[in-house]
Structure formats: C-alpha cells, structure tokens
Write a protein of this length. Structure first.
Length: 332
C-alpha cells in the first residue's frame, strides 16, 4: 500500500531538492501490539478423561463417601465425614512419587478387566481407626509408622467394607467386582501400571472427630476402557433427538390405565343457618338445589369432572354419565 506524505514532509522534500540536502523527518512510532500470552501444551499428557467423565466419577465417589462414612460412624462411635477433594488424571509415576513413606497401600483386582487398582490410606487414619475400635478416643495427631500385623488384622474388615461400598457406588456406571489382593507399605512395590500410563486418582478428606486424614484411590485408565466407552455412548445418545409423542404415550397410558381413583356423586347441596343446624332432628326434610329430575355432579379428586343421572345397576346405586366436563367449571 503506497505511503501518504504529510505536508511537512512534502515541504522538506521540496526544500531539500533546491538545496541538495534532504532532512529526515522523524515519524512517531506506532504503538506495538500487545503480544498474546502463549499457553504451553504438554503433548506427553493427553487428557484421556473428559470433564463430563470426571464429574461422573466424582458423583460416584461422593456416593461412596456418604455410605462409608455412615458405616464408620456405627463402628467407631464418633463423628466421621468423608468428602471428595479432587478427581485428577496424571502419570502413574507421578502418583507413585506422591505416596508417602511409610504408607498403607491396599492393592485390589478389578476382575472384569483383570487389572489392579490401589486404595491408599494414610497410616495415621488406620491408627486412629484401631484406637477407636479398641475403645480409645484417638486424640491428637499420630506419627506415621508401619502398621503391624495385628493392626492390619483389626482394620482388614473395614478395608473390605470400603471396597464393597466402592463396588456398590460404581454400579451406577458399570458392574465391576473388586477383590482385595495384598497389602504394601512402599509405593515402589505396587506396580499396577507402566510409569507412563495415565491413571485416575480420586482423593478423599476423611474427618474423624476433629482430625483430618487423606485417602486416595488410583485406577489405571486402561482398566476402565469399557466404562469410558459406555459413558461416551450415553453422552451421545443423550444429545440425540427426543422421541416423538407417539412413542411414549402408549406405554404411559398402559401403566396408568389400571390406576383406581375415587369418584363421588354429589346428589345435592343446600345452605343452612346455624339455628337450623342446631334444631335439626331425625325425619326433617332438607331441600337441595338439584331437582328430582336434575343431574348430579360426579367429582374426582375434589373437582367436578362429569354430570349424570342417578339410578340402580345390578342392584347397586349408580350414576349414568350424561356429560363429561372438559374444563373445571361447574357450568361447562
């Protein structure tokens, strides 16, 4: 695009031609455009779990937390709260590095995929459980130390109940079976996946009385391939077109067609004063607002739905419907 000269530049150019010297005129610099901030992307860590899938898994484990905390309240006889603090996906090597030493690692097998997963429980949490089960109060923070064989036997039933509650919570997304395999105290001895494999880590905050403890669940993503495929199918089917009215009317009517409702036939109404009501005696005749040849009101759910004529059918009092009211007014 050709550059347009200002009047000062033109004057300087003409004067420079006549004198043989051309002065350079400084032009104001254009403001530099603000550079966009570059965001780094880690190609080594692909996101195998979508945000919707992570939210689904968080809801699943929140249900587990509510169920398992209720069980611990009855066993430990104290207030217990379990909350999901985070649901993340990271390399298995990163999860191993985050494991404290010593720790309490319960390796269990997912029988449907023949893969292993890990339930990490802090030793302080297990020691607090043991003390409550033995009748103590578990006041103050415990120092981390390896759990003895006797203490492992005491809490083994609680860990098996935790796996059963996790399995029950997972039934909302998949029918999985969890079986406890072994106990480890060091993360280096728990090889459930290659170091570069993506795993899903669910972190819990366990509050017993006034003390807070941590508990983690680690699932390799290759063990959840069928579950993830199922969740993707449910997502795409959920955004499909809504079924037509003809598809759901027939099943609904079949279900509610046999429902029984109470119908009341109002033979007549009248208005009495309080004095007349107090002097009412057996044999008195009350004159209603419906004549002998008039129609009675048929009420369903406290509202007039039809009109009819009273009579007898098969030896029982009956009402023959003569008009169905489509609106709620009596005069329809």
């Amino acid at each position: 695009m050709p550059e347009i000269l200002s009047q000062q530049e033109i004057d300087n150019l003409l004067s420079g031609i006549s004198t043989g010297q051309i002065e350079e005129v400084e032009t104001p610099e254009e403001p530099k455009k603000a550079e966009k901030e570059a965001i780094t992307f880690d190609f080594r860590l692909p996101h195998r779990l979508s945000k919707n899938q992570l939210r689904t898994f968080q809801a699943v484990h929140e249900s587990f937390g509510e169920t398992f905390s209720s069980y611990l309240v009855s066993r430990l006889q104290t207030n217990v709260t379990i909350n999901v603090s985070s649901v993340d996906q990271l390399f298995y090597s990163e999860f191993v590095l985050s494991i404290a030493s010593p720790s309490s690692l319960y390796v269990f097998r997912i029988q449907e995929s023949d893969a292993l997963a890990v339930l990490e429980v802090s030793p302080q949490l297990l020691l607090a459980m043991v003390e409550h089960l033995m009748g103590g109060v578990a006041e103050g923070e415990k120092n981390a130390r390896p759990i003895t064989k006797i203490e492992q036997s005491i809490v083994k039933g609680i860990i098996q109940r935790a796996l059963a509650d996790i399995q029950r919570a997972w039934k909302t997304v998949a029918e999985l079976t969890f079986k406890l395999e072994r106990y480890e105290i060091e993360g280096d001895f728990v090889q459930i996946a290659p170091a570069s494999e993506i795993v899903m880590v669910v972190s819990f905050e366990v509050v017993i009385g006034t003390q807070k403890y941590m508990m983690n669940l680690c699932f390799p993503t290759f063990a959840l391939e069928d579950v993830l495929a199922k969740l993707n199918t449910q997502h795409f089917s959920g955004i499909g077109t809504v079924k037509g009215e003809s598809d759901w009317r027939a099943p609904i009517f079949r279900q509610i067609g046999t429902t029984q409702v109470q119908a009341v036939a109002v033979l007549g109404e009248t208005v009495l004063s309080l004095r007349e009501l107090l002097h009412l005696e057996t044999g008195d005749i009350l004159r209603t607002n419906i004549p002998l040849t008039g129609e009675v009101q048929l009420q369903i759910g406290g509202k007039t739905r039809a009109r009819g004529r009273p009579g007898i059918s098969k030896g029982k009092m009956a009402v023959k419907v003569s008009k169905v009211l489509r609106d709620q007014s009596l005069g329809a």
